[in-house]
Design a protein around this ligand. Sequence first.
Ligand code: OOG
Ligand code: MG
Length: 260
Amino acid sequence: MTTWTVDRAVTELLDRETTRRTGGRITDEWPELDLATGYEVQDAVLRRKVEAGQTVVGVKLGLTSRAKQERMGIDSPLTAWLTDAMVLPVGAPVPLDELIHPRVEPEIVFVLGERLRGPGVTAATALAAVRSVHAGLEVIDSRYTDFSFALPDVVADNASSARFVVGGKAVPPQRLDLALEACLLEVGGKVVATATGAAVQGHPAEALALAANALGRRGVALEAGWVVLTGGLTDAVFVEPGATVTAEFASLGSLSVTAR
Ligand code: OOG
Ligand code: MG
């Protein structure tokens, strides 16, 4: 059997994505895939996508809520990249024919008005850099069978990124108490989960600070204009063809996607 390298992991994950197939955990065959190497793979996957013409539009956090951590069996948050190819315009269907086994999760989304560079970023300084807050829905789609992975695997796989929708209603952060911002997740009009913003690291701005500090340690700043997905507030739900998933927020408005 060929040995694993960063290059091989990159090629394998990109191939799984384009051919819409899952596979086993890379850490099962390559225990040396540690967290730092996982981020090396993640960055190299991004480089390939940028070479192919995609542009970075922001970052996402993963596993920032207890609901997500418990479901995935991993208690450590992570960061990953967002590119323009992942943008799903409001009203566009979840393209089931381009994805493997997508799940949808509600998120609080920030758009930055100023550059943010760690280390030393606090929730307060993070929030001061935010231009607007939005309702969001992320469509995740793991390249691992049954969404089964260890932390370095999911880091390498860009935190199961696939598509994301950002609601059109832009609310200035000063007008919100984001810890208390309530969210109902509905499938076909039925509430299946609820949370408030406090589910995400106690406050979504803590998640933003975490991303700025983690990326700062890797020499990367969050740029003005970037979108930041702060992480699923609740567990994600599978989307059956024709099903509509709605995130209804107290102040951020309501956002739906339908799978086609
Ligand atoms: C990992 C992606 C996690 C979130 O918001 O927690 C994530 C997964 O659940 O497959 O995007
Ligand atoms: Mg997410």
